[in-house]
Unconditional design. Structure first.
Lengths: 114, 288
């Protein structure tokens, strides 16, 4: 994934970008976790806290088409994120169907450039 | 196990901060069997902040309206007394809940999740109703249930911050679901507290039931709003309301899911719909 990592100033960050590293405040206070897909709210909050630059693993899809490596990195990030959300889920078929549905939805969204 | 009991929490409800007199009067009036539209409109006009909030909720929960309604009277005409009854009740309850400002907890995250669940519950109700006749879901009531489903957490965090901090510490130490940590530390959970508060505040019975059973909907009949609220809660989690390390999807009740005549493609379509309406949560977030 490291080949797609990019450090950008906060002014260039746009919603939909994916964080490459945990963002911490005073070393131990986690602000935003790695693989998070940034929203306008997150960006507002980072600006308010005076964060100057962030590490992302995806290009802004609206500005330029993603490279294959970037797309792959986004897919992996989404997969990790959904796995983490479902880390307490049971193995019963309905829950597994939900997991697959959510993952499909999120991956299709990347495919559509969203 | 903490020495706090559910009885101690419910006995403390009387000490929760009250809402302005107008709001309390309105809530009392709304509990009558017969409510008059003109009188309701007069009552709400005495509290402009409340009227504004009711209008925002009315516009937000009526997705698909060509142009937003601008006054309470217009809203009554367009949406009808039954819908406005629910939405004004929601706004008045919101007014009461805004007085709860827990220290040191993520209040913005709380309301984002609540608002997201409200949107999901309403969309689920409309989807489940489409093409059906007979008894339909009340989508405004579903919306309110979604907005209120976690009020028990808000009460615990506000009135019993020490014990609630223990719950959060337990969740983080064991990386478990909040409801499991509540059972471990307190021996009861936020759904029980919320259900009891809804009864104490004399909210509609189906709302109290939805709040109390949103983590165990299979214990309630299929027609209960608990099942719909349960699915909406899960949908809000998977849609990232809120995002972050502590977003753990609660356990899905297969019984609750199977009671709905929905396919996973329907679920996906609903996710896409809510995704395009994410910004609407902004106007429902009650931290100002």
């Amino acid at each position: 994934m490291s080949d797609a990592l990019r450090t950008i100033p906060i002014e260039q960050a746009t919603p939909g970008m994916v964080l490459a590293e945990d963002l911490r405040h005073n070393a131990d206070n986690l602000l935003l976790p790695r693989t998070l897909i940034l929203s306008e709210k997150h960006l507002d909050s980072l600006r308010r806290r005076g964060v100057r630059e962030i590490n992302i693993i995806a290009a802004d899809t609206s500005a330029a088409p993603c490279s294959a490596a970037e797309l792959q990195a986004m897919r992996e990030a989404v997969q990790l994120q959904v796995q983490r959300q479902f880390r307490h889920a049971s193995q019963d078929p309905t829950t597994q169907a939900l997991y697959r549905t959510v993952l499909e939805y999120r991956l299709e969204k990347i495919g559509r450039g969203g | 196990m903490s020495t706090l009991t559910l009885d101690m929490v419910t006995a403390d409800f009387g000490r929760l901060p009250a809402a302005p007199d107008v709001t309390m009067e309105l809530l009392e009036y709304l509990q009558r069997d017969e409510v008059d539209a003109a009188h309701l409109s007069r009552l709400i006009s005495r509290d402009q902040a409340l009227a504004a909030r009711a209008l925002r909720i009315a516009n937000s929960s009526f997705h698909g309206l060509q142009s937003p309604v601008a006054t309470i009277d217009d809203a009554m005409t367009v949406r009808g007394l039954r819908a406005m009854h629910t939405l004004i009740t929601t706004a008045a309850i919101a007014e009461r809940l805004m007085a709860l400002q827990p220290v040191g907890s993520d209040l913005h995250g709380f309301w984002l999740h609540s608002a997201g669940t409200a949107l999901c519950a309403q969309a689920l109700a409309q989807k489940a109703n489409s093409g059906k006749t007979g008894t339909l879901w009340n989508s405004e009531q579903a919306f309110t249930a979604g907005l209120l489903h976690d009020i028990g957490s808000l009460v615990l965090a506000t009135r019993f911050p020490e014990q609630y901090a223990e719950v959060l510490a337990c969740r983080d130490a064991n990386d478990c679901l909040i409801i499991e940590a509540e059972h471990d530390v307190l021996g009861f959970d936020h759904a029980q507290v919320g259900g009891a508060l809804a009864l104490d505040w004399k909210l509609a019975g189906e709302l109290a039931e939805a709040v109390a059973w949103h983590h165990a909907p299979e214990e309630q009949p299929a027609s209960s709003l608990a099942g719909l609220t349960h699915l909406a809660d899960i949908m809000a989690h998977v849609l990232g309301f809120p995002d972050g390390e502590n977003n753990r999807v609660p356990l899905l009740s297969a019984v609750a899911w199977n009671r709905f005549d929905l396919t996973w493609q329907d679920f996906k379509d609903l996710m896409a719909e809510i995704d395009t309406r994410r910004h609407e949560t902004d106007i429902l977030i009650l931290t100002d």
